[in-house]
Design a binder for this molecule. Structure first.
Ligand code: PLP
Length: 404
């Protein structure tokens, strides 16, 4: 008789967003007349920019002719896209990253969940608390996290780095030494950012203790402040300790199109072994490449027209972010994030728990957000709103919250 991977059974409860969806569906069914505004899940609402649509159309037409048809994409991504990423996202910032250190994928969720496969089962992970759930859950599935304690909502073998009001929602260096450190800045869910000097401390620490940093830069397009780095490779020494994850979802609206990239510098080595070789082997074995038409769309993100159109889209969401941030402040809420990020993190009023506030907001303002406790114990008593709605809905939601 076969056996299952019992690590899956250790995962507590259902996935945060399915629980929210169920609650909202049940409320909607009971109150069909209510117009619900969703500022919970981090999905975008603006359509793809015209330059991207053009590129998609052209690529689709190419697929209709034998001379221009494309079959399997190269495992690691088409050269045209890898070069565009290297040039625009790295070399333009002064980072020494080459096209052959970039692996094109179908998004940062898969990469952030899969990257742990190239590390030994005994490696200890360190994560921020609260945190994007994929980092922890994918390590649970791999059997790397020990036992779950439902009381503390923590895993025995995970090193948690609380991100609280006291530390401005940026973690402190851990007391125990981890092997793998997951960092995400600008952060989901807290919306906090890290300065280059602060990030440099992490790079120095990782190089000193022999840890690898998995740096999720999915929200770098939302950075507005000068001293906030767009890539970890803006820090000296990051080539020997950091892997960076990129996504086309939040900067260019590819949530449904699917495109991402992971950077593994060739200087990143465990003894003599380049992590680049392991990830290339893993990618080649388990992945057949993002579709040609999608990679052509990705290339268009870096065209002059694409860049200008995307800048406008990001500005649209940034305007939503400041509308939420300022509106909540005026309503007397304690808020952070929203300046270098599409996420606004607010303290729930009157000592309500995160889920109590979720119900309160759904029932009284018909606004959906995300309970902070769903991202980890330090998120309890907090709530996340996102700037990815339409401007009209964002304004309406804030008006309703102010009137509560
Ligand atoms: N990383 C973080 C921190 C995210 O918040 C998200 C999506 O919400 C992702 C990765 C997923 O990105 P993608 O759509 O590229 O899979």
């Amino acid at each position: 008789m076969y056996k299952i991977n019992e690590n899956f059974l250790k995962l507590p409860g259902s996935y945060l967003f399915s629980t929210i969806a169920k609650k909202v569906a049940s409320y909607s069914k009971e109150h069909p007349d209510k117009e619900i505004i969703r500022l919970g899940i981090g999905d975008v609402t603006q359509p793809l920019a015209p330059a991207i649509i053009d590129a998609l159309h052209k690529a689709v037409d190419e697929m209709a002719h034998a001379e221009t048809f494309h079959g399997y994409a190269p495992d690691l991504g088409y050269e045209f896209l890898r070069s565009a990423i290297a040039k625009n996202d790295y070399q333009a910032l002064g980072c020494d990253i080459q096209a052959d250190e970039i692996f094109v994928s179908d998004g940062a969720k898969c990469d952030s969940g899969n990257i742990q496969e190239i590390f030994d089962g005994s490696c200890r992970i360190a994560v921020c608390d609260p945190v994007y759930p994929v980092y922890v859950d994918s390590n649970v599935m791999a059997g790397r996290t020990g036992e779950y304690d439902p009381k503390t909502e923590t895993w025995s073998d995970v090193i948690y780095m609380p991100c609280t009001k006291e530390n401005n929602f940026t973690p402190e260096l851990p007391k125990e030494i981890p092997d793998m450190i997951y960092l995400c800045f600008p952060n989901n869910p807290t919306g906090s950012a890290i300065t280059t000097e602060e990030l440099q401390k992490w790079v120095d620490y990782a190089n000193k203790v022999g840890a690898v940093i998995i740096y999720d830069a999915a929200y770098e397009a939302y950075i507005t402040e000068d001293n906030v780095p767009h890539s970890i490779y803006q820090c000296e020494g990051a080539r020997t300790c950091a892997i960076e994850l990129r996504s086309f979802s939040k900067n260019a609206g590819f949530t449904g199109v699917r495109l991402g990239a992971t950077v593994v510098p060739k200087d990143l080595k465990c003894g003599d072994v380049m992590l680049h070789s392991l990830w290339a082997r893993r990618h080649g074995t388990k992945y057949n490449g993002a579709p040609y038409i999608v990679q052509k769309a990705g290339e268009a993100v870096y065209s002059e027209a694409g860049k200008a159109q995307i800048k406008e889209q990001i500005a649209y969401y940034q305007k939503n972010a400041s509308t939420i941030l300022n509106g909540l402040k005026e309503a007397g809420y304690e808020v952070s994030g929203g300046v270098n990020s599409p996420y606004i993190w607010l303290k729930t009023p009157d000592g309500m728990s995160s889920w109590q506030f979720f119900d309160f907001l759904l029932e009284n303002a018909n606004v959906v957000g995300t309970p902070g406790s769903g991202f980890g114990p330090s998120g309890e008593g907090y709530f996340r709103l996102t700037a990815f709605g339409t401007y009209e809905n964002t304004l309406a939601a804030i008006k309703r919250i102010k009137e509560l």
